[in-house]
Design a protein around this ligand. Structure first.
Ligand code: TYC
Length: 104
């Protein structure tokens, strides 16, 4: 009769079934306003969302024309950090730029 150790060592381990949902993702969104300079918004998109000037200009103009635009999609803690960083940076320059997160 095999010992428990022998049994465990010869057992084939099936991959565990994923029992948990993948963590929810959040869109980080910029909102339009009448005062924040366009160039400042472009710098924000380059600095905090890794966009090049061309991508950043497209997103900035979408926000300007449509009222809001997505900067990126991230897990909750990353999205919250982006919102905090952008909000602090805008405050530092006294611009009213608003950045929020929305569940995807
Ligand atoms: N509407 C602003 C302007 O005309 C530009 C702007 C774009 C502001 C995007 C905020 O999220 C924003 N200067």
């Amino acid at each position: 009769m095999p010992t428990r150790k022998q049994r465990d060592e010869s057992a084939v381990l099936e991959p565990e079934k994923a029992r948990v949902k993948p963590p929810p993702l959040y869109r980080v969104v910029l909102l339009n306003d009448d005062y924040t300079p366009m160039d400042f918004v472009i710098v924000v998109l380059e600095r905090f969302f890794g966009m090049n000037r061309e991508q950043a200009t497209i997103v900035m103009l979408k926000v300007h024309r449509e009222g809001k635009g997505v900067c990126g999609v991230f897990p909750r803690d990353v999205a919250a950090t982006k919102v905090d960083q952008v909000s602090a940076y805008a405050q530092q320059y006294q611009h009213p730029l608003a950045c929020v997160m929305e569940e995807n």
